[in-house]
Ligand binder design. Sequence first.
Ligand SMILES: C[S@@+](CC[C@H](N)C(=O)[O-])C[C@H]1O[C@@H](n2cnc3c(N)ncnc32)[C@H](O)[C@@H]1O
Length: 511
Amino acid sequence: MAVQLPALFVERMRGLLGTEFAAFMAAYDAVPHTGIRVNTLKISVEEFVKISPFELRPIPWCPAGFYVPYGSKPGLHPYYHAGLYYIQEPSAMAPVELLDIQPGDRVLDLCAAPGGKSTQIAAKLQGSGVLVTNDIHAERTKALAKNIELYGVRNAVVLNESPDRIAEAFPHYFNKVLIDAPCSGEGMFRKDEDMARQWETHSVEKCTVMQRDILRIASRLLAPGGVIVYSTCTFAPEENEEMIAEFLQANPGFRVVPLTGKPGFSPGRPEWIPSRERYPDIEQLAGTGRLWPHRIEGEGHFAAVLQWEGDAGEETAFDITLPISERSAGEVAGTRGRAKAQRHKSGRGQTGEGRRSGKAGAEHTAAEALAAFAAGQLKLQLPGRTVVYGDRVYQSPLNPDMLNGLKVVRPGWFVGTVKNGRFAPSHPLATALHRNDAVRSIVLDGSSPEAVRYLKGETLPMEEDRVVLTEGASTKGYALICIDGYASGWGKWQDGMLKNEYPAGWRWTSV
Ligand SMILES: C[S@@+](CC[C@H](N)C(=O)[O-])C[C@H]1O[C@@H](n2cnc3c(N)ncnc32)[C@H](O)[C@@H]1O
């Protein structure tokens, strides 16, 4: 066995698993599985299967998920940089499938960095409804925001907040909440030896404190009738079935939706809860689920679907039916939110980029500059409301006043910057477009050195007849660069040259 397992962990698993222990240990001799999940915001599963550079084998619990052969290195292909797929451990694709995302849902991914599950949620939303994605660790929200942008998400708000403060700002707002909880990571020992080494530090006891705290707040975030999916990548019953038993005891309006028949899942193990006599109706915990590395092709996971059957009573004073109306880029977001504006008098709100411009005039100017750019360069109506933070312009799926007082990393889709009344499109604007959304596009062959040179940031010679134009447009100007037809960034074409607009921090430096 290559991986060094902590002795205490092995002894506990021996005691819990009994006759199944030998099979469980044998799984550590196998190589971990590599998975990719097709980003259906950019390409359909059917189209990807046709062009895939890798041999694909379906993952039973995720329609867009595929195993790729060991050693495939999917991170080293231009399609990865074009956002066509996310590299994700196969079992980690299961929790979002259990959320049963529907168009128009209001979804909160509370512990989201680096964003694997958020990109999966966004793909299921297909631009409708809203995704609020959050992580408490500021540094980790950088990767989260980047993944949201690489995968072309238009309707996400990225926060760096505590669950408590989100609950204060969004009481009973979300109809789906994902808690992919910080955990002791026992299910990842085969894939990530550091998790095994750090097991003593990220102890089960420390993790249960965090999980209890997060779950305590989650019910305040959920709209009546809504669903929480709680997941971990650990085996410890204290972080799994027992955490859910405690939650149900404190929140009698909730019930476990059984995972019976869900591909890959084995029943939860209420009999493993150390002091089970403390909890009522313990048998429903068998309806939670476990993914076992010796039973499926994936690492160890736990998941529970918790349906709220009660109502929010007094707490629904906040209007949960507040419409997420879509306004065109030409409109200016100037209305004041009701409860929010009152609550956050301290004005603590800030973003990674600075505060939201308080001046309606600045937003008006930005909206006009964006509208002028969109009229000349784009062929789609931008969804959401125009919001300005410093010189950065966003299209937000929310009334911006709802974010007052929160640490906002992205209030929405970052579409560009405005300086002296001039609008410059951002890279994330390009990554979330489709080829036909731009008046000017250039297709690069994904198997050619040219595509790699573009992704490395090089200026490229480019013949004029390669610029695909909407009738009446001139060849000179911003062109959407598409790798095999999939939007990957901007370039500026002029006089036979393509000036590369691929941003420095995004460039492919490892080739
Ligand atoms: C298992 S990871 C999430 C992985 C992520 N869902 C994905 O699919 O890419 C757990 C995350 O929870 C975050 N976290 C820890 N405590 C938290 C808290 N109290 N509130 C919100 N996030 C928290 C950690 O920073 C970490 O990024």
